[in-house]
Design a protein around this ligand. Sequence first.
Ligand SMILES: *Cc1c(COP(=O)(O)O)cnc(C)c1O
Length: 345
Amino acid sequence: MIDLRSDTVTLPTSAMREAISRAELGDDVYGEDPTVEDLEQHVARLLGKEAGLLVPSGTMGNLCAMLAHCARGSRVIVGNESHIFCSEAGGASVLGGLVLHSIRNTADGGLDAGELADALESPDDAHVAPAGLVALENTHNRCGGTVLDAAYVGRVAREAHARGVPLHIDGARLFNAQVALGVSARSLVEDADSVQICFSKGLSAPVGSMLLGTKAFIHQARRARKMLGGGMRQAGILAAACRLAIDEMVARLADDHARARRLAEGIAAAGAPGFHVIPPATNIVLVRAERADGSIARVVSRLRDEGVHVNRVNDVRLRAVLHRGIGDEDVERAASAFQRVLRGS
Ligand SMILES: *Cc1c(COP(=O)(O)O)cnc(C)c1O
């Protein structure tokens, strides 16, 4: 099976398994795990933030951020295609008493400018839930791994800050943006108040994400993490692998991006009427159907029969994600499977 469902299926490297076995450990809930402390400081320095907090998942990192930034009853302004809105089980509302205010994502993964300006208006009016946070996503998963540059992040940050609203970045794949743009990840989060990154996607760590921001913010987020049951004891086991993810696995993301472009070209070569492939900015290839007629579900299921596993995003979109487990030959095989299936659909 060629598994293109997600870059989360990547297995830890043998170097990670060795680092795990050698990791110095302590009880991190008491602040005594040296491997976790090292990782938090290392990544905070790398991203130009004061402090970091290791969390079990990106979902918990985003939720801790929302809980730390926002009072109950306030609004979190997010894209309608964002992971926070679409794929985190409504945790902000269920567990945080927050209103998720979704506004239109543009095709490049940004937020519609007019809707953002409207959403940021928080008149002192008893009818209106006050704006508590804006969240961007970089790279943008459901928009097809699209990249936001530092200038755009800066503009959104200034607009939010002018209204006294902080900016969070869901950077589950921030390092894919770094590699695609050839700039530092630090420059992409400089104007944001907090950022969440995942070690467990293309960077191949088995488990782990990190939330970063000021010391005071991370202090609040640490309480939220404990409340959510995310305080982990000898978490250096995870941090040891996450350290290698960040130190050794970033540069190779360029290979995934090149293979994504190659796969997209192969799919486009099918010339199948009714389907379009979006040229990928990073490691995610989207195929769109012109009509919501069940054709995407049929394509996904036929690809499966051909040994290629992809994800249906919705009735007009499927997603293929490139990652360390996929080599050049897999890409060629997947491209020919796509051509057979799309021509026959
Ligand atoms: C994967 C992902 C997350 C968090 O995922 P977890 O599975 O909870 O670690 C958050 N945001 C985006 C954009 C993601 O792709």
